[in-house]
Design a protein around this ligand. Structure first.
Ligand code: MRU
Length: 379
């Protein structure tokens, strides 16, 4: 068994966009031709490796995980984040849990593992991909005969969830990019890229595909307070891929649209309700309202593992409330006076009526509503 929380540091220079001195480990480098060079999650020998997203872009650090509860904590603490990425991570977490419980009690491991599955599911509340992945692994756990080592099959299942996610992202990239005209500016919010998925990304998958086809001339990234996923992660990802990126404070988005600089807002999602309402990073709703006002099209890109047909509408999506400190402090420093309070919902809900298209790996839903979502998911 490996020691917990070993990590390897790869230091890169991220402040010189013209000549980034990138020294990524081979495991993170895939294919430069498709602007697809990053993999944040990796099964390595007998353990899970996660790229620590809390400290990007200053440090590129892979952390090693051999214990399921450490994996659940890594999800809560945002070492790994983004709906598909936390689902994939949880699937690998189940493999670690099964190995541990089977080695302790080969007759009873299918019962003793249950609290660990619940801990994974509860590690963050909004992204449905988490329970989607754990439920797939749970269903497989129920099929094992007594004393049969479950690890090889469970690992293969987790690796399939991982691989299928990347395949879906490529498909969505192709479908979404087909809607973008040549030489467009686009705006995105948070990070729905390779870092938030198994690789390639959802919203940033469309942007990668669109850029490869010379359809996108500039990506505007909302900085995305309080975690700064836009500044720290999306801008970093785009710089690594040599895709032009301009960072804006999200308060600048409506003014940017008024200048006619963008034709599409392209975002990911943590959960899409049965009527097409979309939960995503806090601030997405503001962006959708501004887009409607300025005639900018609004595209949501998410695999069907993000669609929750059991939740009727956005009102019923659980919204994660995170600590006040994330708003009151930045980079460890206080940015508000002692005594000020903060409200920190991590997500909001964009009503379906503000969404022009939802792009999934099964196809596109234009002007989503309950009937169209039903049709999509029945395929
Ligand atoms: O709090 P985070 O960083 O996990 O929030 C992530 C987002 O809101 C993403 O846009 C969403 O998960 C889609 S990722 C493909």
């Amino acid at each position: 068994m490996i020691a917990q929380n070993r990590f390897t540091t790869y230091t890169i220079n991220c402040v010189t966009p013209k000549k980034p001195e990138l020294n990524l480990p081979n495991s993170l480098i895939q294919d430069n031709k498709t602007h697809d060079s990053l993999r944040p999650i990796r099964w390595h020998n007998d353990h899970l490796q996660l790229l620590d997203q809390r400290i990007l872009p200053s440090l590129v650090q892979m952390r090693d995980y051999g214990d399921v509860l450490e994996v659940a904590k890594a999800i809560t603490d945002m070492v790994v984040r983004g709906a598909p990425a936390i689902g994939i991570t949880a699937a690998y977490g189940v493999v670690l849990a099964a190995r541990s419980h089977f080695s302790q009690d080969a007759s009873n491991w299918q019962q003793t593992i249950q609290p660990d599955l619940v801990a994974l599911e509860n590690s963050r509340p909004t992204a449905i991909n988490l329970s989607w992945a754990v439920n797939r692994m749970r269903a497989m756990i129920e099929t094992f005969q007594e004393k049969v080592d479950p690890v090889p099959q469970l690992l293969a299942a987790a690796q399939k969830i991982h691989a299928d996610d990347i395949t879906a992202n490529y498909k969505m990239g192709e479908l979404g990019a087909a809607h973008i005209s040549a030489d467009s500016g686009v705006i995105t919010h948070c990070n729905a890229g390779a870092l938030a998925t198994g690789g390639y990304g959802t919203a940033l998958g469309v942007i990668r595909a669109g850029f490869s086809q010379s359809k996108i001339s500039m990506v505007y990234a909302d900085e995305t307070r309080p975690w700064l996923q836009g500044a720290r992660l999306t801008a970093w990802e785009m710089v690594q891929e040599k895709i032009p990126v301009t960072l804006i404070a999200e308060g600048a988005a409506a003014y940017l649209m008024k200048q006619g600089k963008v034709s599409w807002a392209i975002v990911g999602s943590d959960r899409i309700a049965a009527n097409g309402d979309v939960a995503n990073k806090i601030g997405t709703y503001n962006l959708a309202v501004a887009a409607k006002r300025h005639g900018v099209k609004f595209m949501v890109v998410a695999p069907t593992s993000t669609v929750d047909m059991a939740t009727a509408d956005g009102e019923n999506i659980p919204i994660e409330l995170r600590s006040e400190d994330e708003v009151l402090r930045c980079g460890g420093n206080a940015i508000a006076p002692d005594g000020a309070r903060a409200w920190n919902p991590a997500f909001d809900v964009t009503p379906a009526e503000l969404v022009d298209i939802i792009v999934t790996e099964r196809g596109i839903v234009a002007n989503p509503d309950a009937g169209k979502m039903q049709e999509l998911m029945a395929n």
